[in-house]
Design a protein around this ligand. Sequence first.
Ligand code: THU
Length: 163
Amino acid sequence: MMKEAYSFSFDVYESEDELNATDAALVKQARAISEQAYAPYSKFFVGAAALMDNGSIITGTNQENASYPVTLCAERALMAAAASVYPNIGIKTMAISYHNHNKNTNSNTPISPCGMCRQSLVEFETRHHVMRLILTGLSGKIYVIPEAGQLLPLSFKGENLRM
Ligand code: THU
């Protein structure tokens, strides 16, 4: 028997003021687009903005449903839109933000993609190349993850279907 270990490192910024101009602009767009989410049930408004290899910016928001499990997260809404418009173009960086409209919340802690989105992010990376993630809220600390797939070690991939 032997042991294997997995670890990764990411950057933590105190605020958007420490980011370069490109990343700061993406954060601004993710924060702004979150207000366009359709989240009447959770009131948790998520926005994502991605810079693609061709320079285009694509955005996404969570789309909830009265049948709760039908809900689409902002990240997957964004990837579906990006892949529909530009099927052969990768995403360099995706910024994810949110505004919790519930009372007594301040949306100042970064959120991280849910498990289903992590699986979807890995597939997108496999189709193209690695994607940086910028995780943020309306204010406060910002995490920059170098590769989305780092959030889902030992992930299940298409290649496993051929083994
Ligand atoms: N949600 C996202 O859109 N992205 C995430 O990374 C976490 C959760 C949405 C799903 C649901 O509409 C609401 O946030 C509360 O879970």
